[in-house]
Every structure is written in structure tokens, then in C-alpha cells.
Write a protein that binds this ligand. Structure first.
Ligand code: UDP
Length: 328
């Protein structure tokens, strides 16, 4: 019999990719999603439970129906810019949602929890490589809400034996190379899909948010990781918990940073087309550089990213950008 796992946000970009690899690894992924930002069309690899984490009764009903051995918690609000203008929304939805989920899991006897955290919990630290022991000083409400949930997991780990693996994502990009699922946000705010929409003529131009940062070309530096590599780490993290290996934090990045301009230059090589750009102002809440010290996931989990190069990330996203996308 396969083991069932509850995947919150399974109809979203990363959650749907996680469901695909979980199914391939022999698990039954149950998607729990309110479809506020997710897509029903993206739920292809296991059952769907429409529910809202803000409603504890929905959470309890999902645990009662499926009795999962573990939770993979992807569902969250994740827009840095929005979190600066509406912090209350981030504290309410992300933090309260996680609390309901943790308490619901414990009430149902489910003690294995994999959490999607973020490099935004580190804040801005002068371009140093950020490893798991780096101090966490978030500079936006999104990062602050995720750090609060990390603290919550530590507290429930100590008080109730909640086993947890925390993944701090750097910049996730690309999509399933088989083209079954992809990245589709409304509104879209992320660099690579916006850039490719501009290349495809679906938008007039990509706005470069700030060209006066203290970096090699004046634009922000990020560490991009392919979504298929990222979700592969989650299967390893899940097995880590099921094997009883204890609570651990892992960064998921490659250790190499690219500037916004370097991403744009790679896009020309992949698509053979120019990227129409407009130079814009800095975006509130953006760190100058976020690059991962990535040794721990590789050494301890045996994580081996294979597609986290700009050619594959942009190439896979370009294939998806040229298709029809989700409609529901
Ligand atoms: N960015 C940009 N123009 C856009 C979207 C993003 O210049 O239209 C920049 C943004 O300022 C950041 C980088 O691209 O430096 C990655 O941003 P994204 O929103 O993709 O991810 P984040 O780093 O916020 O998680």
C-alpha cells in the first residue's frame, strides 16, 4: 500500500511539481488547496481536497479522510512586494494557516512535517553566502511570516514531538520538462515568467527593478534553482523524516548567483529573441543579493541538482510559456 501525504498548495506552482515527483516515488499526494492562487488543472497526480487552512474544520476533515503519514506545507502568500504594503495579510494567512495545520496534524496523530521556508528569512547580508546557520534578519513581511512559522515548528517540535524538515528556498524557476504542469500566477510577479512573456509579446516589456545596486552590473543577484531539483529534495526530506532522522533545516540553492541582467542575457541565448526591457525603480523589500551555501542538502540528504542551470530553467519555462497554460 502506498503512503499518503497531505500537500497543502498542491494546486500551485511548486506544490503541483511536488505531487508529480511524490507520485513517481510511490506516495499518494493529496492536494489540499483553496484555489485562491492555485489551478484545479494542475492537480493531476492524486486526490483533491478543496479546503482553506484558515478554517480548522477543513483541516480536520482532510486529516480524517486521508490519514496522511506526513504533511508537505507549500500553501502560502509569497509576494515580497505585496507583503510590504499589506503585512497583516501575511501574518494572518501564513502564520494562522500554519498554526491550524500544525495543530490539526497533531490532533490527528500526524507528526511529520515538511515546511517551505525561504531565503527571505535571512534578509540582506552584504552578498555573503548564506548557510543554514546564518543569522535570520528578514527585511520584508513575507520573510518575517515564514521565520515565525519556523519558530512555531521548533516550539511544537519541543512540546509535542512534531518532526520537521524546513527547506529555505532560494529562487525557484523552470517547470516540468514534460510540459504537464508549469508556472502560472495571477498576477505574475516573478522575473523569468515575466521576461518570457515579454519575449513572446504577451507583455510590452520587462521592467528591471533597479540598476543602481552595489553589484557587478547594478542589478540584484539571486540563486536560481530548478523546480524539479527543488521538489526532488522534498522527497528526500520526507524520507529523512519517515526514517526518523530528526529535525533539520536545509537551504535549497546552488551556491551560484546570477544578476537580473545575466538572466536576461541567457534568455537571448535560449530563445534567440531579444528581451524588451525598461529600466525601473527599485522594488520595496528586495535584498541586494541572496546566494545559498548549499553544501548541507547535498552532503546530508544526498541532493544532486541536475537541471539548476539557466539554460534548462529558462528553456523549460519557455516551452511552457509558449503553450496554452491552465484554464481552471
Ligand atoms: N525583477 C525585476 N523585474 C521584474 C520582476 C523581478 O527586475 O519584473 C527582479 C527582482 O527585483 C529580483 C529578481 O528579479 O531582484 C527576482 O525577483 P522575483 O520576483 O522573481 O523573485 P524574489 O527574489 O522576489 O523571490
Amino acid at each position: 500500500m502506498t503512503q499518503t501525504v497531505l500537500v497543502t498548495g498542491g494546486a500551485g506552482y511548486i506544490g503541483a511539481h511536488a505531487c508529480k515527483v511524490l507520485k513517481a516515488a510511490g506516495f499518494t499526494p493529496v492536494t489540499f488547496d483553496n484555489l485562491n492562487t492555485g489551478w484545479q488543472d494542475a492537480v493531476k497526480y492524486g486526490p483533491f481536497f478543496k479546503g482553506d487552512l484558515m478554517n480548522r474544520a477543513d483541516v480536520d476533515a482532510a486529516f480524517a479522510q486521508y490519514q496522511p503519514v506526513a504533511v508537505l506545507h507549500f500553501a502560502a502568500l509569497s509576494l515580497v512586494g505585496e507583503s510590504m504594503t499589506d503585512p497583516g495579510k501575511y501574518w494572518r494567512v501564513n502564520v494562522m494557516g500554519a498554526l491550524n495545520l500544525i495543530e490539526g496534524a497533531l490532533a490527528a496523530g500526524c507528526k511529520n512535517f515538511v515546511f517551505s521556508s525561504t531565503c527571505a528569512t535571512y534578509g540582506d547580508q552584504d552578498g555573503v553566502l548564506l548557510d543554514e546557520d546564518s543569522v535570520q534578519r528578514p527585511i520584508n513581511s513575507y520573510g518575517a511570516s515564514k521565520r515565525a512559522i519556523e519558530d512555531m515548528l521548533a516550539n511544537f517540535g519541543a512540546s509535542h514531538g512534531l518532526n520537521h524538515v524546513i527547506f529555505r528556498y532560494f529562487n525557484v524557476a523552470g517547470c516540468d520538462p514534460e510540459g504537464e504542469i508549469g508556472e502560472q500566477h495571477v498576477p505574475e510577479t516573478h522575473l523569468i515568467p515575466l521576461m518570457l512573456d515579454a519575449v513572446a509579446g504577451k507583455r510590452p516589456a520587462l521592467t528591471v527593478f533597479g540598476s543602481d545596486y552595489p553589484t557587478r552590473d547594478g542589478t540584484c543577484i539571486r540563486d536560481y534553482v530548478h523546480v524539479m531539483d527543488l521538489v526532488a529534495a522534498h522527497v528526500l526530506g520526507l524520507r529523512w523524516l519517515l526514517d526518523g532522522r530528526g529535525n533539520r533545516v536545509f537551504n535549497l540553492g546552488t551556491g551560484t548567483g546570477f544578476s537580473v541582467r545575466e538572466v536576461i542575457d541567457h534568455s537571448r541565448a535560449v530563445t534567440n529573441r531579444d528581451v524588451p526591457i525598461v529600466e525601473g525603480a527599485r522594488r520595496a523589500g528586495d535584498a541586494v543579493a541572496l546566494v545559498s551555501g548549499s553544501a548541507r542538502a547535498m552532503q546530508e540528504l544526498g541532493w544532486e541538482p541536475t537541471r539548476s542551470n539557466l539554460r534548462d530553467m529558462i528553456g523549460d519555462a519557455w516551452t511552457w510559456a509558449q503553450g496554452k497554460g491552465y484554464s481552471a
